[in-house]
Design a protein around this ligand. Structure first.
Ligand SMILES: NC(=O)c1ccc[n+]([C@@H]2O[C@H](COP(=O)([O-])OP(=O)(O)OC[C@H]3O[C@@H](n4cnc5c(N)ncnc54)[C@H](OP(=O)(O)O)[C@@H]3O)[C@@H](O)[C@H]2O)c1
Length: 226
């Protein structure tokens, strides 16, 4: 399959790119500045420039692909602050991606697939509130990012689109250097048990599984290991 990965230079994006290549898919790796991501170029991986909020560019890049992966984050860590965070970032990304994939479908007849990496902060806790509303479970200072992320999920849900989207939400403990076990559990809207964890490698396994064999449609799932 032909898979386009936005945010391919990031932790999730690199893991998805590696997993997809391992399984024999061709990957278009979209980064903002290819000069900074030369190491991504490999047999079967084309590195191209693109900003996920640039609708025209996204439309040009997704053409000819069977699935798009949104693994972009405008937030690197608390030290970055939120002065530059656009609260509509994830809404713009959702609009650009679904708009581009809808247009692509006009010429291919297939229903395009969009896989989006979510944020645990908007999973629902035992008290019925999103995790981000509980300061004991989620740092209040990161709330602006969680709100922006949630707006993107809401946008996907409210859009009238034929795009077959799916958001995969990891647990709070998502480990960059964790092993690839090839196993994961799938949950729904509620936060998984406290012992839940996941490696980026296994998150990528779940993403590529859903590309190859779509099982969940136009919804959000949580993905974790115990
Ligand atoms: N426990 C959790 O729930 C959890 C934990 C971590 C991450 N996440 C989520 O997982 C997703 C991926 O996170 P990650 O950890 O892989 O982040 P990351 O390592 O910081 O990578 C994010 C990538 O996004 C790219 N990017 C930023 N702005 C962009 C734009 N406007 N257009 C295109 N690309 C852009 C950056 O690329 P360049 O700067 O190189 O262009 C960067 O490589 C995010 O949605 C994040 O919120 C969830």
């Amino acid at each position: 399959m032909n898979v386009v990965v936005f945010g391919a230079g990031g932790r999730a994006g690199q893991a998805v790119t590696a997993e997809a290549r391992e399984r024999g898919h061709r990957v278009t790796a979209v980064v903002r500045d290819p000069a900074r991501h030369g190491h991504l170029a490999a047999d079967g991986v084309d590195v191209v420039p693109g900003d996920v909020t640039d609708a025209a560019r996204v439309a040009a890049v997704v053409r000819g692909h069977d699935a798009a992966v949104h693994a972009v984050s405008p937030f690197r860590g608390p030290e970055q602050g939120f002065a530059d965070l656009d609260p509509d970032f994830f809404v713009k990304a959702a609009d650009a991606l679904t708009g581009a994939l809808s247009t692509a479908a006009l010429s291919t007849a297939a229903v395009p697939r969009l896989l989006v990496v979510g944020l645990f902060a908007n999973l629902v806790g035992a008290d019925g509130r999103p995790v981000m509303d509980d300061p004991a479970a989620f740092p209040a200072q990161i709330r602006p990012f969680a709100l922006a992320h949630t707006a993107g999920l809401d946008r996907l849900r409210e859009q009238r689109t034929d795009v077959d989207w799916l958001m995969l939400t990891p647990p709070a403990r998502l480990a960059y250097d964790g092993p690839r076990t090839g196993r994961y559990l799938v949950g729904g809207e509620t936060v998984p048990p406290e012992s839940a964890h996941l490696s980026y490698a296994d998150l990528a396994v779940a993403v590529v599984d859903e590309i190859e064999t779509p099982r969940h449609h136009r919804t959000r799932i949580s993905v974790f290991n115990l």
